[in-house]
Design a protein around this ligand. Structure first.
Ligand code: FES
Length: 125
């Protein structure tokens, strides 16, 4: 049987030593995102319920340095989950953080797990 961690693992967890308890699952809209703060970082967390997956990335869009990605539109390109910045529609992979348009910086992505009704984001502290 697959564990909850395995089920929701969305990025490399081998180096994670801190699982930050972000918020209850109910705080995140289906097929949408919300922003949480961890230390001095803003983290966008996405409940990609169409895919039954969770993702987390930096909230900062590197194009014009706007704290906005949690309000982006999520979708898929050739099976790759992505978020589109609402300002100028730059697309980023939610698995790797790669800028799919190839014309701006990549973003940081973080592993996510769901346990006991709460969403956790992993960090290498
Ligand atoms: S600020 Fe995000 S695409 Fe321009």
């Amino acid at each position: 049987m697959i564990s909850e961690l395995e089920k929701y693992k969305t990025a490399d967890t081998s180096k994670i030593n801190t699982w930050f308890k972000a918020a209850p699952v109910s705080a995140f809209p289906e097929n949408g995102g919300a922003c949480v703060k961890y230390k001095d970082l803003q983290i966008a967390i996405f409940n990609f319920s169409r895919r039954n997956e969770w993702y987390a990335c930096q909230n900062l869009c590197p194009h014009k340095m706007q704290m906005i990605l949690s309000r982006g539109m999520i979708g898929s390109t050739e099976g790759e989950p992505k978020v589109a910045c609402p300002f100028h529609k730059k697309n980023f992979s939610l698995k790797t953080g790669k800028n799919i348009n190839g014309d701006t910086c990549d973003i940081a992505v973080y592993p996510v797990k769901v346990e006991d009704g709460h969403v956790f984001v992993g960090f290498e502290d």
